[in-house]
Ligand binder design. Structure first.
Ligand SMILES: C[S@@+](CC[C@H](N)C(=O)[O-])C[C@H]1O[C@@H](n2cnc3c(N)ncnc32)[C@H](O)[C@@H]1O
Length: 279
């Protein structure tokens, strides 16, 4: 099933959370590993026009990244994200953030299954020798490209079917189990019916060390686009969780405090499964 199109949701509050966290992850990990391999299972088309008909229909960007851009002063932890997403006609999706923040020695592998989105992604990536676009199932693409080199994986599915919550968690655990040197970020929405708990439980039950950042906000007034979304979650698995904990926490707190006067939000960054202490 490929009916989801990210153009309707680009720049939303959930995108803001995911993309601000991704900026923090890319900055922290590329400083440590300039040759970082960045891989995405569900890449989308890389650039989005927030003034276009899709974004105007749902108005999700209006209360997300466009609202952030109107705020007078931002915490330094959000400044880089805000700078990179300042042009509403070219809102950077996750592949564009990776290309902007990673250096010449990095490798970037992007999988996208939707023919139209994959075509737009390939056109956008043309000429960047670091990037390889794969039009195939993202889990298979990443599993075949992953090695023991330092890497960051983003899993960002569209969750069109209920079973995808457990499926995504199982896939994430399998990738980290096979390649413990990678850092993996798994994004998911927090919904009114709490169906995301199946994903969280699957990770918790595995006992695999995992860090969770959550941004919770009240359901939005114009429900058409949001369908009961009440927040955004990101779970980190694998290597370097200690290294990324502080920058992630700073970014998520900065979002909540930036919006404090217009929309109450709760930002948390906690261990879902705490790593064993070093002996
Ligand atoms: C949430 S969007 C990705 C947004 C993007 N990661 C970003 O943050 O800019 C999910 C994308 O996954 C694609 N998709 C759905 N199933 C897929 C699969 N099995 N493999 C690869 N891509 C898939 C959809 O076409 C859609 O473009």
């Amino acid at each position: 099933m490929l009916s989801y199109q990210h153009a309707y949701h680009a720049g939303s509050l959930t995108d803001l959370h995911k993309h601000a966290c991704l900026v923090a992850l890319l900055e922290a990990l590329s400083k440590r590993h300039p040759k970082l391999h960045y891989l995405e299972t569900h890449a989308g088309r890389a650039l989005y026009d927030l003034t276009g008909p899709e974004a105007r229909k749902t108005r999700e960007a209006e209360v997300g990244t466009l609202a952030l851009q109107r705020l007078p002063q931002l915490d330094p932890a959000l400044a880089r994200y805000a700078q990179l997403s300042a042009d509403p006609k070219r809102y950077p999706g996750s592949p564009a953030l990776a290309c902007a923040l990673l250096g010449k020695a990095a490798r970037i592998t992007l999988a996208e299954l939707h023919p139209q989105e994959a075509k737009a992604l390939a056109v956008w990536a043309k000429g960047d020798a670091r990037v390889q676009v794969q039009r195939q199932d993202g889990y298979a693409a990443v599993a075949s490209q992953l090695s023991s080199a330092p890497s960051l994986i983003l899993i960002d599915p569209s969750y069109e079917i209920k079973s995808e919550y457990i499926f995504a968690a199982d896939q994430a655990l399998a990738l980290v189990g096979a390649h413990p040197s990678c850092t993996l970020a798994l994004w998911y929405p927090l919904l009114h019916d709490g169906r995301e708990r199946a994903l969280e439980e699957t990770i918790r039950a595995s006992g695999s060390p995992s860090l969770q950042t959550l941004l919770r906000f009240p359901p939005l007034e114009h429900k058409q686009g949001f369908r009961g979304t009440q927040g955004s979650g990101l779970i980190l698995l694998g290597a370097h969780l200690g290294l990324v904990r502080k920058p992630l926490s700073a970014s998520v707190k900065a979002i909540a405090s930036a919006f404090a006067s217009q929309r109450p939000m709760t930002a948390t960054t906690t261990w879902l499964v705490k790593p064993a202490p070093l002996v």
